[in-house]
Design a protein around this ligand. Sequence first.
Ligand SMILES: O=C(CO)COP(=O)(O)O
Length: 254
Amino acid sequence: MARKFFVGGNWKCNGTTEEVKKIVTILNEAEVPSEDVVEVVVSPPFVFLSLVKGLLRPDFQVAAQNCWVRKGGAFTGEISAEMIVNLSVPWVILGHSERRSLLNESNEFVGDKVAYALSKGLKVIACIGETLEQRESGSTLAVVAAQTKAIADKVTNWANVVLAYEPVWAIGTGKVATPAQAQEVHLELRKWLHDNVSAEVAASTRIIYGGSVNGANCKELAAKPDVDGFLVGGASLKPEFIDIIKSATVKKDD
Ligand SMILES: O=C(CO)COP(=O)(O)O
């Protein structure tokens, strides 16, 4: 089964109403490959979800950046999966490294969140990735396998999951993984899914790369056979995000 290229824009904790409207205008006016070729999902902060959903072209989708682990209730400051569904926002990003490191979200907690969000009908961009220290000590594959296992332990249907490999050392640093580094980890993750979930899930699950992706480096990364798209931070707030979307049509390396 062919994996449709996926480009996510994670706006993180950025933007004012005026800035958000400007970005949406740029996106709405852009000429990009059709939605049969590339799935585009932008993720504004919660407070702008409705605004963006209302203004954004219909062939682009919207994602929340996080949600509570279970049903909503007395959890001050949290947003529930049910609320995101209620806004007709189809996607949520879970397990981003900024939440894992700054807010101490464990592998198990992220696995629970992914399972709950899926059970409510959301599609999930599940983020994993190693720190620089972990890479330098040679434990990259063990780390991403453990993060993926914590999700796989709780999830039975992978149809609505996109796995985002985001090495922490590449996020916001300008130090993008080389295409070979990204391909190596994506291939290993696919093998892990093959051996631990199923051949079908391994073949059909999109594994996207995130970490200092920009308009200049996206094509080489997109050419790698197991790189099925991107999760873009800083560059998703700029016009070059359009170039990243267009990398969906890059010919894959043999
Ligand atoms: O964290 C990221 C996307 O979720 C990547 O951020 P940057 O593209 O700014 O490195």
